[in-house]
Design a protein around this ligand. Structure first.
Ligand SMILES: [Cu+2]
Length: 166
C-alpha cells in the first residue's frame, strides 16, 4: 500500500512538472513571437518586393537613423541587396550582433542574400540599413526616400515613413 501511494505521488509530481513546463514554454513563445516574426508575408507574386518599410527617428542634426523592411522573394532565383542610397544620409547595410549581452553593429558591405522563395526581415537588433549623417532630424510623420539596388531585381525606390517602433 505504501508503495502504491508513493508511486501515485510520483506520477502527480511528473504531471505537474509537465504542466509547469508547458506553461513556461507557451509563455516564452508569446513573448518571443512579436519580435521574431512581425507578420510573415505570403510568397506570392512573380517578382521581388519590399513590404513594411519604416525608418527610426533621428534626434540631433547630422545624427543617425536606420531603415527596416521586409524583402519578399517569391521567385525561383536568388537575389542580393547590393547597396542602398538615400538623399537623407549615407546608407550602409549593417547587422547588429548580440554577444554576451552586448550589442554591436557590423557593416555588411556584401549586402544581404535573398534565397529563392524566401523572406529576409530587417528589424531592430538584426539586419538594418544604417543612415549616417542625417542633416535634419527625422520625426514620426516625416517621410524619406531610399533606393535599393538588387543584383537581379534592379532598383527599387521606396517612400519610407518615419515612425517610432511600430
Ligand atoms: Cu547600424
Amino acid at each position: 500500500m505504501g508503495d502504491r501511494s508513493r508511486n501515485g505521488n510520483h506520477i502527480m509530481q511528473r504531471i505537474l512538472l509537465v504542466i509547469v513546463t508547458i506553461s513556461i514554454l507557451s509563455g516564452l513563445a508569446a513573448c518571443a513571437a512579436p519580435a521574431a516574426t512581425p507578420t510573415a508575408p505570403a510568397l506570392t507574386g512573380d517578382s521581388l518586393r519590399i513590404e513594411g518599410a519604416w525608418a527610426r527617428p533621428s534626434v540631433v542634426p547630422n545624427g543617425n537613423s536606420a531603415i527596416y523592411l521586409t524583402i519578399v522573394n517569391p521567385t525561383d532565383q536568388a537575389d542580393r541587396l547590393l547597396s542602398v542610397r538615400s538623399p537623407s544620409g549615407m546608407a550602409e547595410t549593417h547587422e547588429s550582433i548580440t554577444e554576451n549581452g552586448v550589442v554591436r553593429m557590423e557593416p555588411r558591405p556584401e549586402g544581404y542574400v535573398v534565397a529563392p522563395r524566401s523572406i529576409v526581415v530587417l528589424l531592430p537588433g538584426s539586419k538594418h540599413i544604417m543612415l549616417i549623417g542625417v542633416a535634419e532630424p527625422l520625426a514620426p510623420g516625416d517621410e524619406i526616400t531610399a533606393t535599393l539596388l538588387f543584383e537581379r531585381a534592379g532598383e527599387i525606390t521606396l517612400n519610407v515613413p518615419v515612425e517610432d517602433q511600430p
